[in-house]
Design a protein around this ligand. Structure first.
Ligand code: SAH
Ligand code: ZN
Ligand code: ZN
Ligand code: ZN
Ligand code: ZN
Length: 444
């Protein structure tokens, strides 16, 4: 439902106490504004599913819901939970690995590891046979990515980006990674931990994709919704996470997250603040002013939105690459520029970017910048956001994209073919006034 915000005049109010629940936990409160009316009507909709087809939960804020409907809703929510519990899946996995290779089958249609007694039921489904231990250790390769843009938007890190992130975390001295929506990073850590004796890093995956519960124990994976900070496994799962965040033996924790890009930055920020608060509660005295270290991986055009919520964050130039994203992966020839960056509350100078990929250290800015990012003497900063060399506009008093020109009508820089219309509200994507989200120059 949240997909209707922006141009349609729907905005997120936020998580609300006493919100009704759908199968994905407490719904979020939105407001629908119509032109000419002062106050819009508020309603609850599913926090996780931005496509009505995936979850059609809807309720006006002021709607009276009868006892019968409430009961029906509870029943519906119960019936829309996964067939097996996480605990059952852990048991199934234990039995699965005892099977000889010839009896290890995975149903591609149901996305499920099968035990021999279940083969019959899946006889006319596509099966993968001879599932090796290596395959069980890379579930993100075995499962198909849930690419439906609106809900899961599962875009997996390219190997080199994942390797880069992991090495960076290790070099920074972190020993525990709270992987929020980063199954591939989690998997790389788990698999190294099981293969290399002196590998000390541990990871806990929080993700809404319950298929992963087939491969990980209850202290390795929590079924979690990052748009409303909801642990599907209740208090026990919550406790698992809290325990993981507790830093004993000086084992430092960092949170890494790569949420779907569909928006709802405020909902994500609210959940991440709650995770940060959980970390803080476990902290030692005298460190109460510290923040849990975090990498939030997100497109650069969300920079101002993220900084609104996390002023201590800065954006790194590193371009995160993906395997199954047509736009954001390396082409065969040279580099397709990815718009996805790392936002972090760590000191920028500590984030060392690979020199062999063209990144260099700017001593004035005290951070690594991309190859094309030139230090502007007037701004006194390396100003490029997208990796291309930006140019300074004296009238705007800032650097702008190379393809932009100063428009005297709009009194700002824009693409040459833009239409000079002023819209009253800011753009949903970049927050700037002068255009709507559909025409946002950041997206072009
Ligand atoms: N690049 C990452 C994957 C990012 S794709 C990697 O390679 O590890 C976004 C991830 O967020 C997916 O794993 C998806 O299942 C998860 N996700 C989507 N919506 C979510 C939600 N509401 N709560 C928690 N996780 C969610
Ligand atoms: Zn829902
Ligand atoms: Zn610089
Ligand atoms: Zn200008
Ligand atoms: Zn103009």
């Amino acid at each position: 439902a949240a997909g209707q915000r922006g141009p349609g005049g729907i905005a997120l109010v936020g998580p609300a106490s006493g919100a009704p629940s759908c199968p994905h936990g407490p719904a979020l409160l939105f407001v629908k504004t119509s032109r000419g009316k002062e106050e819009g009507r508020r309603f609850y909709a599913c926090s996780a599913c931005r496509d009505r087809k995936d979850c059609n939960f809807f309720q006006w804020e002021d709607e009276k819901v009868s006892e019968t409907r409430l009961a029906a809703r509870e029943e519906y929510n119960r019936n829309h939970q996964p067939t097996f519990t996480h605990r059952q899946n852990v048991e199934r996995y234990k039995n699965f690995v005892l099977l000889p290779l010839s009896k290890r089958r995975f149903c591609q249609e149901c996305q499920q590891l099968l035990l021999p007694a279940e083969w019959e039921k899946h006889s006319d489904h596509q099966l993968l046979c001879d599932i090796t231990t290596a395959q069980l250790k890379s579930p993100s390769q075995l499962l198909y990515p849930l690419e439906n843009k609106k809900t899961n938007a599962q875009y997996l890190f390219a190997d080199r980006s994942c390797q880069f992130l992991l090495n960076l975390l290790i070099d920074l001295g972190f020993r525990r990674v709270l992987s929020v929506g980063t199954p591939r990073l989690h998997e790389m850590i788990q698999s190294k931990a099981s293969q290399e004796e002196d590998f000390r890093v541990r990871s806990l995956l929080l993700d809404i994709d319950f298929r992963y519960s087939q491969f990980y124990a209850e202290d390795e994976f929590c079924h979690y919704n990052m748009f409303n900070h909801y642990f599907f496994g209740g208090e026990a799962a919550y406790e698992t996470c809290r325990k993981f965040l507790y830093e004993d033996n000086g084992e430092r924790v960092i949170m890494v997250t790569d949420p779907p890009f569909g928006g709802l930055v405020e909902a994500l920020a609210s959940s991440f603040k709650k995770l940060m608060a959980m970390w803080k509660e476990t902290g030692k005295e005298g460190e109460s002013n510290k923040e849990m270290p975090m990498f939030w991986i997100f497109p650069y055009f969300f920079e101002s939105r993220i900084l609104d919520f996390f002023p201590s964050f800065s954006m790194m130039d590193y371009q995160v690459d993906y395997d199954n994203h047509a736009l954001y992966k390396h082409g065969k020839t040279g580099r397709r520029q990815s718009p996805v960056r790392i936002f972090t509350n760590l000191t920028p100078s500590m984030i060392v970017l690979p020199v062999e990929e063209g990144y260099r250290f700017c001593t004035s800015c005290q951070r690594y910048v991309s190859f094309g990012n030139q230090h502007c003497e007037i701004c006194n900063s390396c100003t490029s956001k997208d990796g291309r060399r930006w140019k300074h506009c004296v009238l705007c008093k800032k650097c702008v994209k190379p393809s932009w020109f100063h428009c005297s009508n709009c009194n700002c820089c824009a693409l040459p073919n833009h239409s000079c219309e002023n819209t009253d509200s800011g753009c949903f994507v970049c927050g700037r006034a002068g255009h709507k989200r559909s025409a946002c120059p950041s997206l072009s």
